[in-house]
Design a protein around this ligand. Structure first.
Ligand code: FEO
Length: 397
């Protein structure tokens, strides 16, 4: 079902209530998502982005209910990852000569994905497309989060079609932010930022400054996932500016795996010491296997320091700790401190190996970590609490 956005703009996307995983299994999307596509009818007619391939038949059928496809003058592809371009092959079979406006990099990605010699028109920042009363102004946004990404500004209605930027994996029948639960939207926007945008934070800072410098009047910011920002445009832009600037809160997160509960007991005793020394600090103790990996990463994003613990197994750390460490490294967090811990029986390499991995991941290592042989007794529990208290002092230095 299409939805009216303005007199000229109609939402023609797909709400995916079933989606629980995105990017293969890399990202959990427990609240579903949407692939937003917009039809702009001025003197010329423009389709802005499409939807994910599994919905191609449905998308084309519904679009035909909305418009004679031959009336579409231009297609604009702000970003060509499969969730937005997947329907292009089905659509282009119907209207094969329609020009596709995208960046040069966008063209190479579309050619690489679909191997079709479509009618590509390359655009760059500042290029304009006159569509009647309104103009579309293109703004390249390379590496937010792919090299092909751009945003499109529509004059008159003052809409910034921002694609993935400001998006949320969040299924809702509500079109606008002010019609839904703002705390859920912010949570999903933050999860999206952490897991997709964070490695490119320096580009975010530059692009926000560039867009603000253009003095565009913004009545709507329409991303390609989730709701359209209408009431809270200033808030989401302010949050992006803060998230991009080495974000942290007064939080310490302990992430652990455990085989026979010793490393879990270590995590809890260290946390007790942290709490004693810094009662107002938010502390999260997260089993790496009992919690969603992408939610754990959001907690890392919020933290000023993390402690990662694993028992030693086969001269290394557990597979689950290996997985979260790899994700932490890839997300390129900044301005965070770290240490490691873990129980062991004989060889005991895990804590040292975790420390080295976190160091490679650009965390400031606070100390050499702490290990416990077999299971902690009461005396060791006291030492772990003391370690936690000292950790607070060390990260404050
Ligand atoms: Fe929503 Fe990068 O695709």
């Amino acid at each position: 079902m299409s939805k009216r956005v303005t007199d000229k703009v109609t939402w023609v996307g797909k709400i995916d209530w079933e989606l629980k995983k995105f990017h293969g299994d890399e990202l959990s999307t427990m609240e579903g998502s949407s692939y937003n596509s917009y039809l702009i009818r001025d003197k010329k007619t423009v389709l802005m982005d499409t939807v994910w391939g599994p919905y191609d038949t449905e998308f084309v059928k519904r679009l035909k209910e909305e418009i004679n496809l031959n009336e579409i003058d231009y297609i604009v592809m702000n970003h060509n990852e499969s969730d937005h371009s997947g329907t292009l092959p089905a659509l282009m079979r119907e209207i094969p000569d329609t020009p596709i406006y995208c960046t040069k990099k966008g063209e190479s990605i579309l050619r690489g994905l679909y191997h079709q010699d479509w009618n590509y028109v390359n655009v760059k920042t500042g290029d304009e497309l006159d569509i009647g009363d309104s103009k579309l102004i293109f703004v390249e946004a390379s590496m937010l989060h792919w090299p092909d990404t751009m945003m499109t500004y529509m004059t008159g209605d003052n809409i910034l079609f921002s694609n993935d930027v400001f998006g949320q994996h969040y299924a809702s029948e509500m079109l606008y932010d002010d019609m839904d639960d703002i705390s859920k939207l912010i949570h999903e926007a933050e999860k999206y930022y952490t897991n997709i945008i964070n490695p490119f934070s320096t580009f975010v800072t530059k692009k926000l400054a560039e867009v603000q410098g253009m003095n565009l009047k913004l009545d709507l910011v329409a991303p390609s996932h989730g709701v359209i920002w209408r009431k809270n445009i200033g808030l989401i832009m302010d949050l992006y500016a803060r998230w991009a600037n080495s974000y942290q809160e007064d939080q310490i997160t302990l992430i652990y795996d455990t085989m026979w509960q010793s490393t879990r007991k270590m995590a809890e005793a260290i946390a007790e010491g942290i709490q004693q020394a810094s009662p107002n600090t938010t502390i999260k103790i997260l089993s790496v296997v009992k919690n969603d990996k992408n939610d754990i990463l959001v907690e890392v994003f919020k933290s000023k320091a993390i402690l990662v613990g694993s028992p030693t197994i086969n001269n290394g750390f557990s597979y689950a700790i290996a997985g979260i460490l790899e994700m932490i490294k890839g997300l390129k967090f900044k301005n965070k401190k770290a240490a490691s811990f873990g129980s062991y029986g004989w060889s005991g390499e895990a804590a040292k190996m975790i420390k080295e991995f976190l160091e490679e991941s650009k965390f400031a290592i606070v100390n050499d970590g702490i290990r416990v042989n077999w299971a902690p007794d009461q005396e060791t529990i006291e030492k772990l609490r003391e370690y936690g208290r000292n950790f607070v002092a060390e990260i404050a230095e």
